[in-house]
Design a protein around this ligand. Sequence first.
Ligand code: 13P
Ligand code: SF4
Length: 302
Amino acid sequence: MEILEEIAQLKQERNAVILAHNYQIGEIQDLADFVGDSLYLSREAARTSARVLVFSGVRFMAETAKILSPEKTVLLPDLEAGCSLADSITAEQLREWKRQFPGAVVVSYVNTSAEVKAESDYCCTSANAVEIVRRIPEDRDVLFLPDMFLGEYVRNKTGRKNIHLWVGDCFVHARMRPENVTQARATHPGAELIAHPECGCTSEVLSEVDQVLSTDGMLRYAETTHSPEVLVATEVGILHRMRKENPQTRFVPLSAEAVCPFMKRNTLEKLRDSLRYLQYPIELDPAIIPRARVPIERMIAG
Ligand code: 13P
Ligand code: SF4
């Protein structure tokens, strides 16, 4: 039997849904039940009635789904699909940081471990970080973690001086520097430029960027732009749907090397085996789950 048929059959047998992030390979995006950014996938994971959720993405995304639906089986097809940004802060480091700023409000990017979420007041994604920080009273210190470029962007947008940043970054996005923007502008005159807020170029050359958006925000933008050419500063997996859904526009990656090795650990074969052998189930400390759910629910309720 062909692999796509095998996956479809196993999915039915298991009463499973496949959730895929926008950075997955095209074949996985095409067969998934839900494809989107971290916020959309968290919302769908909370809503679905399926018994088994296969997360074709990275570990923190599957953990978020498990936190929201602990009674369900949440599978990650490859246990090595982590996220170096999420690994840049531990719960102990966060506890120590909180001791230095008593009374501060902790806003954690969804790219964090369940233990770090359990120490946080709010979660956010690239789609809603500015809006979440605006909900916090002006006089309260904010500890924003772990992505300093997203944090810097939030600082710029809100004009708040009392946002303290954890010095973490995503190496895939941080590598995109202002020089890449200058060079791309010269070789693609007239093209629009859209960028993910994790990019190392957004804070320094913010005025050069037409829009700073989450991955779903970029896909929505791609549908509405009248520009014949758009430079896209994020992981290259996003180009699959952008090009497929908008053949009239030319989408050019700001860096063709922006490939996340963690996201790309997922393959069709691993997805099939995940459904076949129910591997690898996400297990979390039951004491952590209710505490980690609070900041996520605050986020998805907004
Ligand atoms: P989005 O939530 O914008 O999809 O970003 C997730 C991510 O991991 C970016 O590197
Ligand atoms: Fe983590 Fe960066 Fe990969 Fe996103 S692109 S999953 S932040 S390493």
